[in-house]
Structure formats: structure tokens, C-alpha cells
Design a protein around this ligand. Structure first.
Ligand code: TYM
Length: 330
């Protein structure tokens, strides 16, 4: 059976972008793949974060995973920091990735742009090395992510090619990023040429937002000139983004969404329809999330997940150690 692996970093509040680009798609894999979904908590330390916030965000993500339909009987749900093999593989493979290629990573450039050089942590720079380790430890065939993570998966692919060639064997599987057909890059509602992101709350819809706030945010989303509801990201970024959100949450194509609104010539009416759709999805999702948090099952899920993930990860780690010449005694 092929394997699918993905993760979400517990920084900030999860957005509708995280939901559409990643979270909502994970459950589709658990039927046909051996699926590993984790909380990338070590990655959350790459920028300063309050310890209490980090712990709360971590629990939230587990609850979000379960609320989205991930079943711990089918999917291994685990914490990255519960499986030391991630840090160990990271320590080995960092020697095969280069400063030049890491400094070309868009996400690093974006995140470090506004920072003083002396304040940029090494972990932020080396972020894609740990992400490569995350993916390769489980021999993942597919990595379902939003568009902003595809460059990191490309780097993991370059590494696999380099390492396998150097040691003359197919030790690591070649992973492939899979992005959703609709909604791989959800944009900010207030600035639709910018990605919706956890670290920049203006124009974001958060998964825990109250329905009244969600309604307000969508109804005041920036739109474009004209009154036709058509998909044209270049000239109509605001409307195109709302159409994408509507289509993704309805599980239809953008074309089908355009067809639904072809006779709608009032942006206000269109926004109302988008709001209703978002609420139709998020209201029951929030209810499940709350029930899960109250049920107290989080620790048990993580404990089981850590055991299963460690078993798989340690097998691969031992092979890597032997391959590079580390002495593995009996
Ligand atoms: P993170 O936590 O930033 O984002 C989690 C997932 O949400 C997607 N995403 C979006 N999709 C569409 N539109 C948006 N506006 C949007 N914003 C975020 C991201 O692409 C991602 O899929 N590096 C990862 C976590 C990670 C990981 C891994 C993922 C660590 N190791 C190994 C896969 C495999 C991250 O920070 O995602």
C-alpha cells in the first residue's frame, strides 16, 4: 500500500486556507493509503512562540484532525517531538543539503525579510531539512499540501536523488507533493493578492472564529470593479478568491461555481452565498472540535500514534545509519 504523509505546524491560529489547502483533504487518503498525519511542533519553535500557546495550539490541531474525519484506527496521528527519529535523521541529512539551496527557499526569504540577520534562528533557515526528514522517515509516496509547501517537497526530492545516487541504492522513496485542484492557495480577504496566513491575521478567517465574525469578514471582503462573478485572478483577485472558497467547500470545480453565479450581478448577494457556505461547513466542524476537546481522548490518540510512528520511523533510521557508515550494534 502506498503511503501518504502530511503535517501542520502549531503556530498561530489555523485558517480557512489551512483547512482548504490541507486539512480537509487528509481524510480522503486514509481509505487508500497508509496515512501518517502529524503535528509539526518542532517546526513551531523556528519563530518565537509562547510555551502555553504552543501547547494549546498542539491540542487544537489534534482535535481539528479528528473533527475533519481522520480516524486514529486508520491514520497514524502523532506529535513530531514524540518521535526522536525526526531529529536524528535531521542531524544526518543536514550534511547533504546546501546553504545555497536553503537560502533560495521562498518561505525562508518571506519570513526572514523583515528580520535583522542577527535575530534569524538557525532553525528557520534549516527548516526544510527537518521537513525532508519528516517526509522520508515514513517512505511517503504522496505529501498532500497547499501550494506554499511544494518548494520544500521539491527540495526533499532533490535530496533523495542526491543521496540515492551517492550510495548507489534506492534507500529513500521519491515523494510527490499533491495539491488540491481547487484552493491550493487561498488568499487574504482584505488583500487578495497576498496568501491567507496564520501569522498575518488581517483578512484571515480562523477556524475558531465565531460565525458572526465570519459573516462580517466575508461581507467586508475586498472585491473588484464590475459586477460579474467570474474567475479571473489577475483582474479580479477578490472575486476569484471567494469563488475558489465556494467551490472548494462545495467540492465542485471553479467552472461549476461560475455557472451557479452566472446570473448573479450583485457582489453582495454572492458574498452572502459564500458566507452561508463557509458557515455550513465550519459550524458543525467547530461543534465536533469542541466535543473532541471535552472528551479527553487527545492524549490516548497521541500515545498510540507515537508508538506506531516510532516503529516505522526507527526502521528507516537504522537503514540510513548503516548506509552512511554509522556503527549499529546488536
Ligand atoms: P503550515 O502549518 O504552514 O500549513 C499547513 C498546511 O496548510 C497549507 N496552507 C494553505 N493552503 C492553501 N491556502 C493557504 N492560504 C494556505 N496556508 C497554508 C500549507 O501548504 C500546508 O499544507 N512546513 C509545513 C508543515 C510540515 C510538513 C512536513 C508538511 C512540516 N513537515 C512534512 C508536509 C510534510 C507547514 O509549515 O505548514
Amino acid at each position: 500500500m502506498e503511503r501518504a504523509l502530511s503535517g501542520i505546524k502549531p503556530t498561530g491560529k489555523l485558517t480557512l486556507g489551512n483547512y482548504i489547502g490541507a486539512l480537509k483533504n487528509f481524510k480522503d487518503y486514509q481509505e487508500n493509503y497508509e496515512t501518517f498525519i502529524f503535528i509539526a511542533d518542532l517546526h513551531a519553535l523556528t519563530l518565537p512562540i509562547d510555551p502555553i500557546e504552543l501547547r494549546n495550539n498542539t491540542k487544537d490541531i489534534v482535535a481539528f484532525y479528528l473533527a475533519s474525519g481522520l480516524d486514529p484506527e486508520k491514520t497514524t496521528i502523532f506529535l513530531q517531538s514524540d518521535v526522536p527519529a525526526h531529529a536524528e535523521l535531521n542531524a544526518i541529512i543536514q550534511n547533504y543539503l546546501y546553504m545555497g539551496e536553503l537560502s533560495r527557499m521562498t518561505q525562508f526569504k518571506d519570513k526572514s525579510r523583515k528580520m535583522n540577520d542577527s535575530a534569524i534562528g538557525l532553525g528557520l533557515f534549516a527548516y526544510p531539512v527537518l521537513m525532508t526528514a519528516d517526509i522520508l522517515l515514513y517512505n511517503a509516496d504522496v505529501v498532500p499540501v497547499g501550494e506554499d509547501q511544494t518548494q520544500h517537497v521539491e527540495l526533499a526530492r532533490d535530496f533523495v536523488h542526491r543521496f540515492n545516487t551517492r550510495y548507489g541504492k534506492e534507500l529513500f522513496k521519491m515523494p510527490k507533493a499533491i495539491t488540491p485542484k481547487v484552493g491550493a492557495r487561498i488568499m487574504s480577504l482584505s488583500e487578495p493578492t497576498r496568501k491567507m496566513s496564520k501569522s498575518d491575521p488581517k483578512g484571515d478567517i480562523f477556524l475558531k472564529d465565531d460565525m458572526i465574525i465570519i459573516r462580517k469578514k466575508i461581507m467586508s471582503a475586498v472585491t473588484d470593479l464590475g459586477s460579474d462573478v467570474i474567475y479571473d485572478p489577475e483582474n479580479k483577485p477578490g472575486i476569484s478568491n471567494l469563488l475558489t472558497i465556494y467551490a472548494a467547500l462545495s467540492d465542485i470545480t471553479i467552472k461549476e461555481a461560475e455557472e451557479i453565479f452566472k446570473d448573479c450581478h450583485r457582489y453582495g448577494d454572492f458574498k452572502k452565498a459564500v458566507t452561508d457556505k463557509v458557515i455550513e461547513v465550519l459550524e458543525p466542524f467547530q461543534k465536533k472540535y469542541k466535543e473532541i476537546l471535552e472528551s479527553g481522548i487527545i492524549d490516548k490518540v497521541l500515545e498510540d500514534g507515537a508508538r506506531k510512528a516510532s516503529y516505522t520511523a526507527n526502521k528507516l533510521l537504522t537503514k540510513v545509519k548503516k548506509t552512511v557508515g554509522l556503527y549499529v550494534h546488536k
